[in-house]
Design a protein around this ligand. Structure first.
Ligand SMILES: Cc1ncc(C[n+]2csc(CCOP(=O)(O)OP(=O)(O)O)c2C)c(N)n1
Ligand SMILES: [Mg+2]
Length: 621
């Protein structure tokens, strides 16, 4: 078939399917893009010429559209993805952050940035980077570091091998992340006689590999010896759709479960084995059990510092690890017994091998009691009645109460991810969507859009701070354009609550974390409140100007009523509410390693350093 290289790529992508457990689905749900001279005549023409192949979605910001693709892929349990096409230069480099986010979170996105002329005819073309030491560098090389696979299409026929390699990585559960096919703008439009077979419908089988029997036997021996085992459920539990297998294993063995950010929802919040969030942003229940666990069974987790409380969460000197992970890289961490395999298949096998074994009854009872006590703490924080401005925890309580079990809460950065991790009562494995691998400000609305595109039947509640909103809220326009309704809760504390309280704890008084006019050479600090210097930012009006329906809430009662009204809206709604920046949810016997200045002229910093050095002594490597 005589096609341009761009037409061939689009035709190939539209024919890709995946299959797992006998269920087959189309892999690509569409193509987001922003056109420029680097893709309008190539990929742009291909999408225009054959609109039935891939639906084109117009984004506002290239970083935002990669976030949307990530939200989509996560909601699809990595069995679906979006394509993102950009022009050359700034359009392409705007995707670097999104690509890193996808790769850190191990979520598939296909990036197709335009690239400078392969022929070099008009060098330097508009927006081309030139370096005196190399002729074949372009800004797209910055995507190499954050991609799981990168290729540059120098010739049209190269599409045939590059596209297949791209798919290999995207559907591989251990390898997946951002895949970049940099596409020189002249090659995109060049024609070639492609073999017809290249465009046949391909079904990529997503297997459920099992660990080898010797490793399983070693793991089972470790577990059977344990008196106080703990499961840490990560994102892999959910992507593998292993939550039912996890429930069965927990009920059979009595092993309790702590959840990472990506793994939250692995068990419903009220399950007797559920301890909730574990680690820095963990519950008292999970962190107490973790501290004394003699065996930790990690499932689909990459053991980030937030999960391990910077390696202080597991304090039994004899503690052993067993790691179930489809990626051997993660399975090898903590010197654990590596069970390299699919989470669901492995949990089912472990349940067979552990038949007849259970934790002591007293341990089961302790877990139920801790879970119950934690729920009371959540209830307390949901109903603080704090004034004059409400506390963020009350906002979370109101949104949780208004949402249905299958609805999805979305968040990414600021103080809310930690509070949501602790407090959100998750009732459905896909009900909690906090991007905390990269914790990228600006993911919230754009990512929420991807969630809604993947699951239009669910209400999507986007929790966004003022800082994140200011960084990237323009995909509200895309949500309005596509008729994809988001319910956005804009939690405004006029600055960076999260980093503000971190700064105070490190002795630097919230320096640089509020929105204030410069006065006497200073942007102000927390200990000197000066209402006159507050910047006049009105984000609700901003959201209105982008086409959202806006509901301004002055109290939690207002918010409750607004959330009910929002349910009958068809358009994207923004509920704006101010909260008290200083009324935070406490930590529960956990620690996060943030280094403090070793010498300082500030007394508060010196005190923080002393406390820091004391904490370091508890660290176990
Ligand atoms: C892109 C990006 N830049 C910087 C940071 C560091 N950071 C983490 S939270 C935060 C402030 C977020 O402010 P806001 O959205 O208002 O949430 P709040 O902390 O007030 O809850 C910053 C700057 C980040 N996570 N992402
Ligand atoms: Mg804020």
């Amino acid at each position: 078939m005589r096609l341009t290289a761009a037409q061939a790529l689009i035709r190939f992508l539209a024919a890709q399917h995946v299959e797992r457990d006998g269920v087959e689905q189309r892999f690509f749900g569409g193509c987001f893009g922003i056109f420029g001279h680097g893709n309008v005549a190539g990929i742009g023409e291909a999408l225009y010429e054959a609109p039935d192949l891939l639906t084109y979605y117009q984004a506002r910001n290239e970083q935002g559209m990669v976030h949307t693709a990530v939200g989509y892929a996560r909601m699809k349990d990595r069995l679906g993805a979006l394509v993102c096409t950009t022009s050359i230069g700034p359009g392409a480099t705007n995707m670097v952050t999104g690509a890193a986010l996808a790769t850190v979170n191990r979520l598939p996105v296909l990036l197709v940035p335009g690239d400078v002329f392969a022929s070099r005819r008009p060098d330097p073309v508009l927006q081309q980077l030139e370096v005196p030491w190399s002729g074949d560098v372009s800004v797209n090389d910055s995507l190499r570091a954050v991609s799981r696979y990168f290729d540059r299409i120098w010739r049209p026929e190269q599409i045939v091998s590059a596209a297949v390699q791209a798919m290999r990585v995207l559907v591989n559960q251990a390898e997946t992340g951002a895949v970049t096919l940099a596409f020189p703008q002249d090659v995109q439009v060049e024609a070639y006689d492609f073999p017809k077979d290249f465009f046949r419908q391909r079904v990529w089988h997503v297997p459920r590999p099992l660990p080898d029997e010797a490793s399983l036997a070693a793991a089972v021996a470790e577990i059977r010896r344990a008196r106080r085992p703990l499961i840490v459920a990560g994102g892999g539990t959910i992507y593998s759709q292993a939550t039912e297998a996890l429930r069965v294993l927990c009920e059979q063995t009595g092993i309790p479960v702590g959840e990472t950010q990506a793994g939250k929802g692995s068990l419903p919040y009220d399950h007797p084995s559920e301890l909730g969030a574990v680690g820095v942003t963990g519950t008292l229940a999970a962190n107490r059990i973790a501290a004394e666990a003699d065996l930790v069974l990690g499932i689909g987790t990459r053991w980030s510092d937030f999960t391990t409380a910077s390696k202080t969460a597991f304090r039994d000197p004899e503690v052993r690890f067993v790691n179930v992970n489809v990626a051997d890289f993660d399975a090898a961490k903590y010197d654990g017994v590596a069970l390299v395999g699919d989470a669901r298949a492995t949990l089912e096998r472990l349940a067979e091998l552990l038949a007849g074994w259970s934790v002591p009854d007293a341990y089961r009872e302790e877990v139920v009691r801790l879970n119950h006590e934690w729920n009371e703490e959540v209830e307390r924080l949901y109903t603080l009645g704090h004034g004059p401005l409400p506390a963020q925890s009350e906002v979370i309580g109101a949104v949780n109460a208004a949402s249905a079990p299958q609805d999805v809460v979305v968040c990414a950065a600021g103080s809310m991810p930690g509070d949501l991790h602790k407090l959100w009562r998750t009732r459905d494995p896909k009900g909690y969507h906090v991007e905390y691998g990269y914790s990228c400000m600006g993911y919230e609305i754009a990512g929420g859009l991807g969630v809604k595109l993947a699951a239009p039947e669910r209400e999507v509640y986007v929790m966004v701070g003022d800082g994140s909103y200011l960084m990237l809220s323009s995909e509200i326009v895309t949500a309005v354009q596509e008729g994809l309704k988001l319910t956005i809760v804009l939690v405004d504390n006029h600055g960076f609550n999260s980093i503000g309280s971190l700064s105070r704890s490190l002795g630097t008084d919230g320096f640089g974390t509020q929105y204030r006019y410069r006065r006497n050479g200073s942007l102000g600090v927390d200990s000197e409140e000066s209402p006159a210097s507050v910047l006049p930012i009105d984000l609700a009006t901003n959201a209105e100007s982008l086409g959202a329906r806006v509901i301004r809430c002055k109290s939690i009662d207002d918010l409750r009523a607004g959330l009910e009204r929002a349910k009958s809206e068809e358009r994207t709604v923004v509920l704006a509410i101010e909260v008290d920046r200083y009324e935070g949810v406490p930590g529960y016997e956990s620690w996060w390693d943030v280094p403090v200045a070793e010498v300082s002229a500030v007394e508060g910093v010196r005190a923080a350093r002393t406390a820091y050095e004391r904490k370091l002594r508890f660290r176990s490597d």
